[in-house]
Design a protein around this ligand. Structure first.
Ligand code: ADP
Ligand code: MG
Length: 669
């Protein structure tokens, strides 16, 4: 082995004996360039070849591994040569095993009678013992004579590595064996200050990963290597935050309650204990000089907005401006209307900044007392806030609503508008805890666990399209009782080749269906004024049913709306349906969510059934995580932080929490 600059682990594989250009390019295809890559090439499974199954131990339907000598082989063609089955028979010492490959005639050239084989696969029959499409490996007859190498492939737990076309499993296994024996102990501890006393060293873990003595070794090795990944990530996330705290000027926002008192007195309700607790945490952060970095999470309808309002007043009382960013114009407009109603009587100016509307005080708030020009302001907007033009005066607090709709990058850009202001991000998509610790690892978390009192229940039903006439009758009845309804469609315009019902096309039909009630139409392609007119009409109940796309997914709050019909519900993610459903159940009346879906498979049916079973967003998110994996849940911007070679966010909640805690303690020193 030649000396390469830097650590021996950075040695390119091309300088290992036996790795020529062809092998190197095959390894490259697997993403393996250096010795370190090779050492971390994770086996996809293991074969326990210490004790090989004897044929009378085979269980139908279970995988088994067997070795033996090929004593006969042949191919049978049928269906005029279009179909075939290639078969060889192994003499295993305890009987004959048939191995078959259907419609893979080229297998014939791979084996010869007399070859010694190890095979692994599911037993499809016991009479005669048969495995279809097994993994195979040729055992060299001199394996047993070569002391070093035979113990790599036989009489041990053997790793089965991911391969690529043309790369023999045994060759790769030997290469890895050589790397592990010669260089395995050169693998350094990446984080010597973070102790993991119950897990093997990283060097041992690498050896145990490929050549475990016991199956449990492989598990421990995987955990150790996963921990290293999680610790890396946490160091990165928490380190970033630590740097920020060191750089930021103190921003004391203790407030003095002169605005909060009258605000709370004018509220139509009392804060819940959960809201009060979240506020206590937020205000303790803001009082401190270091910038707050806090996530307020709470299920849809748990009442985050009013918590944000009080946080905003705390900053304003302390002489700082506040910015609030929401993902859609509809939601920004709704916040603008609410905050104006709340803050104008207190003399606090509220501005709006979206792609289509920018207010200034003279035009929109003629009622404000003159003296208020001294006061700090609240600016509400969409991502238009990030674009040029918006100059934050003395920005003390940035609030981001529905954070999961933004990327981390957008959040940072808004923060850069000020000099490290306090940050409060809110999300109604409760993400599973594991993922929260990862994606939001740099944030402290406050959770609103319980809904405000006086909410009617929401009942959810999944129905096939042929039940629609009954569903429409049900909605007509509810409208006649004075309630309002959302009708949600997946797309705006019917796209070619799909049978998706399109909102614009269905509008007329639904108007007829629901006459004499008024139906409004809302989708993303309308102008801001048009959207505004429809939303106001719905809010004032001059429109009783709102036919909409997912533009209403987040934030919209109309308590009298108690019915939601979602068509083509199978097109949506579970978290998204849960968000949508959060639009109803906001008043005291019982609410109904009807998901109309073509559920062709059992899996699709089960997926939607979870929404019938529970209203608990956390449970739904956990289920979604299991089904779809973390990438989709966190969105593109954040998924880079959730791809690991050894860690698995679906299962490693315990490890993630531990890594987070260890790094926290380490950085405190
Ligand atoms: P979300 O957490 O989804 O943003 P909102 O802030 O929109 O929820 O609140 C949902 C509804 O609950 C609003 O109509 C709000 O006025 C109401 N609400 C909030 N807090 C309380 C409370 N403590 N008691 C009663 N109603 C409340
Ligand atoms: Mg909200």
């Amino acid at each position: 082995m030649q000396d390469a600059p830097g650590s021996p682990l950075e040695t390119p594989l091309t300088s290992l004996p036996g790795v020529g250009p062809e092998r190197a390019s095959q390894l490259e295809r697997l993403g393996l360039r250096t010795v370190e890559d090779l050492l971390l090439h994770r086996p996809r499974r293991y074969e326990d070849r210490r004790r090989l199954a004897s044929l009378d131990e085979l269980v139908k339907g279970e995988p088994a591994q067997v070795t033996g000598e090929i004593i006969a082989a042949g191919i049978k063609r049928f269906a005029r040569g279009r179909k075939s089955v290639y078969e060889f028979i192994l003499d295993t010492g305890s009987g004959r095993l048939h191995c078959r490959w259907w419609n893979m005639p080229f297998m014939e050239s791979k084996f010869r009678t007399g070859d010694l084989m190890a095979v692994y696969g599911k037993v499809v029959s016991l009479r005669p013992p048969t495995i279809d499409h097994p993994d195979t490996e040729t055992i060299e007859s001199d394996d047993a004579d070569e002391p070093g190498e035979s113990s790599i492939h036989l009489n041990r737990i053997v790793p089965v590595h991911p391969l690529t076309e043309g790369l023999p499993p045994r060759w790769l296994r030997v290469l890895i064996w050589q790397a592990v024996t010669r260089l395995g102990d050169k693998v350094p501890e990446p984080h010597p200050d973070v102790a993991l006393p119950d897990l093997p060293s990283r060097a041992d873990a690498v050896r145990m990963l490929h050549f475990p003595e016991e199956m449990d070794d492989a598990r421990l090795a995987r955990e150790r290597l996963a921990m290293d990944e999680f610790i890396d990530l946490q160091l990165n996330i928490q380190g970033r935050r630590k740097k920020l705290e060191a750089r930021a000027a103190p921003l004391p926002c203790a407030g003095d309650n002169r605005l909060i008192k009258p605000f709370a007195a004018a509220l139509a309700f009392e804060l819940t204990d959960a809201q009060t607790e979240a506020l206590r945490e937020i205000r303790a952060d803001m009082k401190d000089g270091a910038p707050m970095r806090r996530l307020l999470q709470g299920d849809v309808g748990s009442g985050k907005t009013v918590v944000a309002a009080i946080a905003a007043l705390t900053a304003i009382e302390s002489g700082y401006d506040v910015a609030l960013m929401a993902p859609t114009e509809i939601l920004a407009e709704q916040h603008f209307a609410n905050f104006q109603r709340w803050f104008t009587p207190l003399g606090v100016p509220v501005h709006l900044r979206t792609g289509s509307r920018k207010t200034d005080r003279a035009m929109d708030q003629p009622d404000l007392p003159i003296a208020s020009s001294q006061l700090s302001t609240l600016t509400i907007g969409t991502h238009a806030l990030i674009e040029d033009g918006f100059e934050a005066g003395k920005l003390g607090l940035t609030i981001i609503d529905e954070q999961h709709k933004f990327g981390v990058g957008q959040r940072e850009r808004l923060l850069r508008k000020g000099a490290y202001p306090h940050l409060l991000v809110m999300t109604a998509t409760p993400i599973p805890r594991t993922l929260g610790l990862t994606v939001y690892g740099d944030l402290d978390i406050s959770t609103i666990e319980h809904m405000p009192p006086g909410r009617g229940t929401v009942r959810t039903f999944v129905r096939a399209p042929d039940r629609l006439p009954k569903v429409w009758q049900f909605i007509r009845d509810k409208l006649a009782e004075g309630r309002q309804a959302y009708i949600v469609y997946p797309r705006v315009e019917e796209t070619e080749n799909t049978s998706l019902r399109a909102v614009t096309k269905e509008f007329k039909r639904i108007q007829a269906e629901l006459a004499p009630h008024q139906v409004g139409l809302l989708h993303g392609r309308l102008s801001a004024e048009e959207k505004d007119a429809v939303m106001s009409g719905f809010r004032e109940n001059s429109i009783q049913a709102l036919l909409a796309t997912t533009v209403i997914e987040v934030g919209v709050d109309v308590p009298n709306a108690t019915v939601m019909l979602v068509e083509n519900a199978e097109q949506f993610g579970l978290a998204q349906l849960h968000q949508l459903r959060g639009r109803i159940g906001r008043g005291g009346n019982e609410s109904f969510c009807i998901l109309v879906a073509e559920t062709k498979t059992e899996e699709a049916k089960q997926r939607l059934a979870i929404l019938e079973e529970t209203n608990d967003g956390f449970r739904i998110a956990e289920f979604d995580l299991l089904q779809r994996g973390p990438g989709e849940l966190t969105g593109r911007d954040q998924s880079g932080e959730t791809s690991f070679k050894f860690g698995d966010l679906r299962k490693d909640g315990r490890l993630v929490a531990r890594a987070r805690q260890l790094v926290k303690e380490h950085l405190r020193q």
